[in-house]
Design a protein around this ligand. Structure first.
Ligand code: HEC
Length: 332
């Protein structure tokens, strides 16, 4: 029996030397502080302040695997500060897992949706995970600038401004305001569901109020497979409920989740014979651009299969920056 367990036994200390808590005090305290909030002395010595590991939003928004990688390979491997050391040589994988689990327990609050359920953004289906994000999205000649902001554990507020550059001389398309709330999430089931409401006032090319309540879900039924879906109805001023839309997307993570090919289908059913049913398919590829993964892009096409003529395919694309994860120019 080595000395430490013997002494611990005698003194009645219940923390084995390999527990995450003990490893944290030994390896991480000098910079992150005994409580994980960062030591003030270290903050002045280090170029970048050590991450506040007690911050629930910061720690829960990332999957455990990402922290395991950062602690094993060091900050530099993800374009973060060189001061965040790599422990992969000195520590065993189980020690790293233990210290990371301990660091992630420092948040100490339940109810935050875990980053494992933050599936890649699809073009059509609304993401169920609440985000801190800027997105610039384009479909044919229309562009959307989207700002999403998390509020508390489960709420997200959103603003969208649209422009359209076609033959009509009115580029301002309008704005949409939205709120989304994560109703349910389960890490063991790898799934989450959210409810939301979008409202578009009569501004720009939009001539009447439009309100769209929706339910969105995401799930990963098998490792690397992603399914996302959304059901929404459209309520229009003077007309009432004008349509229901059913949207479903499937994706497959490839190349250590650097690339995610996806295909979505969108089925719109007008109410009371108010127009034709429409079905479109959206093949697309999501690409992680930054090493940290906080900047990503997607490219694909909208292919109308059923519905009103003329049915022209359109190019679709977006680029996004998850500003909750890191500043735009870090993490490359
Ligand atoms: C020598 C100082 C130092 C030590 C020791 C250290 N860290 Fe860090 N750590 C940092 C700095 C600085 C950052 C911020 C990196 C950045 O944002 O560029 C950081 C960032 C992190 C992050 C990223 C957080 C995020 O939000 O992405 C994690 C996770 C982390 N450290 C965990 C640990 C753990 C666990 C240990 C102990 C095994 C540890 N660190 C030891 C300095 C240190």
């Amino acid at each position: 029996m080595s000395l430490f367990p013997a002494v611990a036994l005698v003194l009645g200390i219940h923390t084995p030397p390999d527990s995450g808590a003990a490893l944290f005090q030994e390896w991480c305290k000098s910079c992150h502080g005994a409580d994980g909030r960062g030591t003030p002395a270290a903050s002045t010595r280090l170029e970048v302040p050590p991450a506040d590991l007690q911050d629930c939003k910061g720690s829960t928004a990332e999957p455990e695997e990402r922290w395991v990688e950062i602690v094993s390979q060091g900050g530099a491997a993800f374009g973060l500060s060189l001061d965040m050391p790599a422990f992969g040589e000195a520590a065993t994988p189980s020690q790293i897992r233990a210290v990371v689990r301990y660091a992630r327990s420092l948040c100490g609050e339940l109810g935050w949706p875990p980053g494992e359920l933050n599936f890649p953004r699809a073009f059509l289906v609304e993401k169920a995970y609440p985000e801190d994000e800027w997105v610039l999205s384009a479909a044919g000649r229309e562009q959307d600038l989207i700002y999403e902001r998390r509020v508390g554990k489960r709420l997200q507020l959103e603003g969208v401004a649209r422009t359209v550059f076609d033959s009509a001389d009115r580029p301002f398309g309008g704005v949409t305001l939205a709120a989304k709330y994560n109703l349910w999430h389960s890490l063991p089931r790898r799934a989450l569901a959210s409810f939301g409401l979008e409202a578009t006032p009569p501004l720009g090319r939009q001539d009447r109020w439009e309100v769209e309540p929706f339910v969105a879900f995401g799930a990963s039924p098998a490792a690397g497979f992603i399914v996302q879906g959304e059901i929404t109805s459209t309520w229009e001023e003077t007309q009432g409920i004008s349509a229901f839309s059913y949207r479903l997307g499937v994706g497959r993570e490839m190349g250590r989740s650097r690339l995610v090919p996806m295909v979505e289908a969108g089925w719109t059913v007008p109410v009371d014979g108010g127009g034709q049913r429409a079905l479109s398919l959206y093949p697309q590829v999501w690409v992680r651009l930054s090493r940290l993964g906080h900047v990503a892009a997607s490219l694909g096409a909208e292919l109308p299969a059923v519905g009103p003529e003329p049915r022209h395919p359109r190019l679709i694309a977006f680029v996004l920056w998850d500003f909750g994860d890191a500043p735009l120019l870090r993490g490359w």
